[in-house]
Each structure stands twice: as C-alpha cells, then as structure tokens.
Design a protein around this ligand. Structure first.
Ligand code: NAD
Ligand code: DAU
Length: 351
C-alpha cells in the first residue's frame, strides 16, 4: 500500500471540477492523516486553479487520467488500495448532453463501470464506493410533490439517463458482488468555482458584462438550490456515518423559478456594483426552450436530516450574495476560463 505515513487513501474522481474541488478542499483540510488522490481528465470543465489553496498540501495528490481507461485506473487502485471512492467525474451539463449524448454515455456509464471493477479488485477494507448522483434521475415534477429516496427513476435527458444508468450499475455491484456502496441524489448546486455555462455563474458573468441574459422558454421552470459547501458537508457525513447500501436525497428546500432567480441576480449584482436599481433586468431575453426541459425538481431531504442530522448552513439569499461577491472579486478566474488560459495551468505547474 502506497499511502506512506497516512492512515488511509481516498480517491476523488472529478476533483478539479466544481463540486469535486470543494470536496477535495474539505477532505484535505479536515483529514490531515488521510491521503486524498484526485483523478481528473481535465476536460473543459476541469480547472486546477480551483485547487490552488491545497495543491501543495502534503496529503494531496493530483493524477491526470481518464476514468474510462481501465489500465490506468487499475494501476492507480493497485498502487493506493483506496479505502473509499467519491465518484464525481462526469459530463455534467444537460445542454451539452442534448448536442453530444455519446460522450455522456462513455464517461458517465462506461467510466463508472471501470471504477467499480477496479474498486472490486483492489479496495482496502472498511470503506465505500460513493456514487455522487443527481435528482435529475427522478425525472420532472409537476407543481406539487417532492423527490425522495424511493421515487422511481424516470430520466428524461441524455445526461440524466447516463447518470441513472451509472446508479443502476453501482446498485448492481452491491447486490451481485456485495460491494459496499452509497449513493446520494442532490439538487442544483451553486457557489464559487462553477463553470460559467451553468445558470447562476453564466448570468452573473453576463450581468457584469452587460450582455443579454438568455432565459429558456418562459422562465417558469423550478430548481431547488443548495450551496455547494452544504452538499460536500453532506457527502462527508454520509461517507463516514451513512449506512452501506443506502441512498440519500440531498436538497436545500429552496425552490425558485428561473425568472425570479435571474431577477434576484440582476438586482444583487446591481447593488454590489453600485449600479442604479433595476439597471440589469432589461438584459433578460427569453430564448427558445431547452429540448425536453424538465419542469420542476424538488427534494425532500427528511431522511438525511433525521438519520444523520444534516441541515443546510446558509439561506439561499445569503449564499447567493456570497457567491456573487466571489465571482465579482475573482474576475481573473472567470477571465482565464473565457480566454481558455485555465487549461495551461496543468502544463505550467505539473509537467
Ligand atoms: P463539473 O462538470 O464541474 O466537473 C466534472 C469534472 O469531471 C471535471 O473536472 C472534469 O475534468 C472531470 N471529468 C470529466 N470526464 C472525465 C473522465 N473521463 N475522467 C476523469 N475526469 C473526468 O461537474 P460538477 O457540477 O462539479 O458535478 C460533479 C458531479 O456531481 C457529477 O457527477 C454530477 O452529475 C453530480 N451532481 C452535480 C450537481 C450540480 O448541480 N452541479 C448536482 C447533483 C449532482
Ligand atoms: O439538479 C441537479 C443538476 O443541476 C445537476 O445534476 C447538473 O449537473 C447541473 O448542471 C444542474 O442541471 P440543470 O439543467 O438544472 O442546470 P442549469 O444550470 O443548466 O440550468 C438551470 C435552469 O436554468 C434550467 O431550468 C435551465 C435554465 N437555463 C439554463 C441556462 C444555462 C436558462 O434558462 N438559461 C441558460 O442559459
């Protein structure tokens, strides 16, 4: 086992992405006796600048690699004998899954299978294979009701179908090979370091630059928003205290119609940039709807709250103000993405 002076090794896949980088930061800081290995291919969505503050920590290692590459993945597992795996690497943007479904099938389904096989062959005792999934596998709600752990799967986009397939594989490995697994299905995350193709960072960036704000359809679709650090706190809690084989639904109880959220962002960015009240709302442009656009997602997180004592730490308005402040203060981070410079970071710092 190549964990050196560390008690255990944990693998995070997709640790250079949005949620993955917040999770890596938390694990590295909270568990100094644990070696945290981040396996990431650095696709367009992977950005090592997200991890600047922990990149030199003694208990952190970055490995550039593809979860679909069985040879590389097996060698990594053989080397580190991971106690546990936090599997986040994925193609994650619904719009991209509509224009290029096969890359979602490859990464999200095949990649998960490769990791499960490697974990089955090389894992250390006492840990779990933790599949970080999405509420989108449950489909679309009308204006009433909530998703829970027992809601039947009904994915409706290539993205959500690929995540649902991966979840099924994870459960199948549990039942067939007794692999210790966990799955959580989380609602929409927001916070710092999110790639500016997703609604909130895209809108903040456009408002800042006084560009038009493309709202799909009539803007009446509803999402249930959760601060990313509350998601990774839940992941940490579930890995360490959750029951093997179980599923947990994670959500903020925070439903917003897209148009109301975009208006809130306009007003708050105006306030933070000292623009006259109401300046940015005029940038809203209603555009053609997303194909197969799910109407509403909403999570009932009672199981996680009552069994493990988790609850969100910030209100949405508070979290959004902090998030807007972060994007406005970190224009270098945004500029590096829009210019493509962020993809040079690996070459400059790691090779
Ligand atoms: P992201 O797109 O920001 O990051 C994905 C990361 O995976 C990137 O760093 C990318 O380089 C890496 N990656 C992609 N393909 C890879 C491959 N073949 N091998 C190795 N690495 C690869 O995604 P995110 O928003 O941080 O989401 C992370 C996970 O959480 C995903 O599995 C997603 O389905 C799930 N999830 C996301 C949300 C959300 O609101 N963003 C909510 C619930 C669940
Ligand atoms: O629910 C969890 C999921 O949330 C995650 O599994 C996905 O990885 C993540 O991308 C997110 O999916 P959504 O499709 O809900 O997120 P997105 O930010 O793309 O869109 C949020 C809502 O805003 C959705 O109703 C579509 C709408 N939208 C999005 C964009 C990018 C717009 O109106 N205009 C836009 O330009």
């Amino acid at each position: 086992m190549a964990t050196g002076n560390f008690n255990r090794a944990l693998l995070v896949t997709g640790g250079a992405g949005f949620i993955g980088s917040h999770l890596v930061r938390r694990l590295v800081k909270h568990y100094p006796d644990t070696l945290v290995v981040n396996l990431d291919l650095l696709t367009y969505a992977g950005n090592l600048e997200n991890l600047r503050d922990v990149e030199n920590a003694p208990n952190y290692r970055f490995v550039k690699g593809d979860i679909c590459d069985a040879k590389q993945v097996n060698a990594l597992f053989e080397q580190f004998k991971f106690e546990g795996v936090f599997h986040l690497a994925a193609e994650s943007h619904v719009d991209r899954s509509i224009s290029d479904p096969m890359s979602f099938v490859k990464t999200n389904v095949l990649g998960t299978g490769v990791l499960l096989n490697a974990y089955r062959a090389y894992r250390a005792d006492g840990g779990k294979f933790y599949q970080i999934s999405t509420d989108e596998v449950f489909g679309s709600l009308t204006d009433v009701g909530f998703f829970t752990e027992t809601t039947a799967y009904d994915p409706r986009s290539p993205y959500s179908a690929s995540k649902a397939s991966a979840d099924h594989l994870v459960r199948a490995y549990h039942h067939t090979y007794q692999l210790p697994i966990l799955i959580s299905n989380c609602s929409n995350n927001y916070g710092s370091h999110q790639f500016p193709e997703k609604l909130i960072p895209l809108m903040i960036n456009n408002i800042k630059q006084e560009k038009s704000l493309p709202v799909y359809g009539e803007g009446i679709n509803v999402r249930d928003w959760l601060w990313v650090d509350d998601h990774v706190a839940a992941i940490d809690l579930i890995y360490h205290q959750g029951k093997t084989g179980e599923t947990y639904a994670i959500g903020g109880g925070n439903e917003w119609r897209n148009i109301d959220l975009v208006h809130f962002l306009c007003d708050e960015v105006d306030t933070q940039l000292n623009r006259p009240k109401g300046t940015s709302r005029g940038l809203v442009t209603f555009v053609r709807d997303r194909a197969g656009h799910d109407h509403r997602y909403a999570i009932d997180a009672t199981k996680l709250e009552t069994e493990l004592g988790w609850k969100p730490s910030v209100t949405f308005e508070e979290g959004l103000r902090l998030t807007i402040k972060w994007y406005l203060e970190n224009s270098d981070w945004l500029n590096h993405i829009t210019s493509g410079n962020y993809q040079e970071y690996y070459k400059k710092h790691y090779s």
